[in-house]
Design a protein around this ligand. Structure first.
Ligand code: ASP
Length: 315
């Protein structure tokens, strides 16, 4: 039985080997490895699962390949609008931010919301003002600019659908419009669980759209009695299915194992709703689950006594 461990994801979607270059694939694998190693080191030294998931997510937020922090996708208006959440399985304390701009590490702002306020979720300008008051330096717009993401926005705009009522569809139903999210779930040596998720949302999104990542129970959940979960995929469906909490509830109320609960949440509930994506989860015994119903999900695990593992496709 592993004494501690961490699982991470860097987004799920239409990730196809034929569309990937060897350099890009290596970049993603290295990015996952860097994140796993940073989280693992904290756990190995006896640190908390909360510190480990925050650090693992920060490393991916700083990596322009992932759709979070620096690599966040652009909204329709050409801005980077980010969401993040963190949850402590020991106390069920949680913190989240939604629709924030110019924040280098939204996951750390989410943690400050959890630890320094009486609230769970802060949004937009208010959250940015709170960040400034906590001494967080805003990162300039050009910190978040990557040519790849800008091109993705132009392609998404070119492919936009007009719905029958004259409204524009925000998401692309085939999932091609999305570019992922990052997340981590960890168990520490003290038996405590934590989860964190951070995202740039969906490319070309409008109207202040917020997905599942900062919604406790939908995209992020942790409870020492059951498991820690972080999800990625078409957020609207994860919110409607309350997917992260669903895994925990199946374990708590039906006594299911982590694996069967996580598989049911993705392959029965999410798929049944017509949604796509995946999740990573770990329980208090160090069991892990990484189910997804998309062609691929950037993912990795590192359990005590073992070696780190990363995967991208359905391998
Ligand atoms: N779940 C994220 C959102 O809907 C996006 C993703 O994971 O691809 O905002």
């Amino acid at each position: 039985m592993p004494e501690f461990g961490i699982v991470i994801h860097g987004g799920a979607g239409a990730i196809l080997k034929e569309k990937m270059t060897p350099e890009l694939e290596m970049g993603y694998r290295q990015g996952l490895l860097d994140s796993l190693t940073a989280g693992y080191r904290i756990l190995e030294a006896g640190g908390s699962s909360l510190d480990a998931v925050e650090m693992a997510v920060r490393v991916m937020e700083d990596n322009p390949l992932f759709n979070a922090g620096r690599g966040a996708v652009f909204t329709h208006r050409g801005r980077n609008e980010m969401d993040a959440a963190i949850m402590d399985g020991r106390t069920l304390a949680a913190g989240a931010v939604a629709g924030v701009h110019n924040i280098k590490n939204p996951v750390s702002l989410a943690r400050l919301v959890m630890e320094k306020t009486a609230h769970v979720l802060l949004t937009g300008e208010g959250a940015e003002e709170f960040a400034r008051r906590q001494g967080m330096e805003p990162a300039p717009d050009n910190y978040f600019f990557t040519d790849r993401r800008w091109q993705q926005l132009q392609e998404a705009i070119a492919k936009e659908n007009i719905l029958p009522g004259g409204e524009l569809s925000e998401g692309n139903p085939d999932g091609g419009n999305r570019c992922g999210t990052v997340g981590a779930a960890a168990l520490d040596r003290h038996g405590h669980l934590a989860a964190a998720t951070s995202t740039g949302g969906m490319s070309n999104s409008r109207y202040g759209r917020v997905g599942d990542s900062p919604i406790i129970g939908a995209g992020t959940y942790a409870n020492d009695r059951t498991c820690a979960v972080s999800t990625t995929g078409h957020g609207e469906f994860f919110m409607r299915g309350v997917i992260a909490y669903d895994v925990s509830a199946l374990m708590e109320y039906r006594g299911e194992s982590l694996i069967s609960a996580a598989e049911a949440a993705i392959h029965d509930r999410l798929t049944g709703l017509g949604g796509d994506g995946g999740l990573v989860a770990i329980d208090s015994r160090g069991n892990i689950a990484l189910p997804f119903n998309t062609p691929g999900m950037y993912r990795g695990y590192y359990l005590s006594g073992g070696v780190p593992g990363t995967a991208i496709y359905n391998e």
